[in-house]
Design a protein around this ligand. Sequence first.
Ligand code: HEC
Length: 263
Amino acid sequence: MRRIVAAALGLGVACGALGGDQSASEAIAQYRQMLEDGNPAELMELRGEELWTTPRGPRNVTLEQCDLGLGPGVVEGAYARLPRYFADTDRVQDVESRLLTCMTTLQGFAYEDATRAWYKAGSDLEALVTFIATRSKGQPIDTPVKHAKEVEALAVGADFFYRRSGPLDFACATCHSQDDRRIRLQELPNFENPASARTSMTVWPAYRVSQSAVWTMERRLIDCIRQMRYPEPELGSDAIIALQVYLQHQARGGVMQGPGIKR
Ligand code: HEC
């Protein structure tokens, strides 16, 4: 499959050179459609479901009592309503950080064990996120901004989005606040434009052909920040969660489509 996609994207480049940008993105859209029945992310979803329902950790229990915001054990629609405030941790949490709360408190994992090599292709954490996200397919993004800490996170996320910093003096907005922008073949979503924000936020986690791996939104954001030459944020840091509150807010109402396919 990897070879087919690589060939497809190669063709896209050629088309782009000959026929302009439109045909390149059309070619990619076409191959994306062809792969829809066989997105490798589906394997991650299955593995994530198995991890969710298998007794694990020092306490040998499943994650089925984990509260993702809609009550213990409710997975359906939870991802579309994250990040959100959780009273037990007194924090706004996204799906990764919430899963880590459950893995440490319910299953008894040490934090270092639960997060070890989370960024490796096919990691347990990313498989669990993929499973949870898939269970929001068809649900509109509806991240709450009610609790004072949710309101604060939205403001911090927006500030991060527009603040120029680092050796390159980039803000997220430098690359993501205009329509029809692209770097090489990759279209850059304009997160100021709700339609564009929805197109992006509804298809993560996504199988990234260039990486041969499923990436979660946290992973995507940490990598954009790394490319901006900022200090690399930690998994589950408040900054990454605040950014997600902002991006979800911009994309609110967009209907989740399950794992996508990206370059
Ligand atoms: C120098 C330009 C640049 C900056 C600055 C930048 N990004 Fe990106 N971003 C990209 C590119 C290029 C991609 C697509 C990467 C790829 O797939 O190869 C991308 C992809 C993304 C995506 C996934 C979009 C999709 O395909 O659905 C999100 C979300 C995102 N960026 C958010 C951010 C946020 C938040 C910031 C600020 C912390 C940021 N980016 C800063 C260039 C940038």
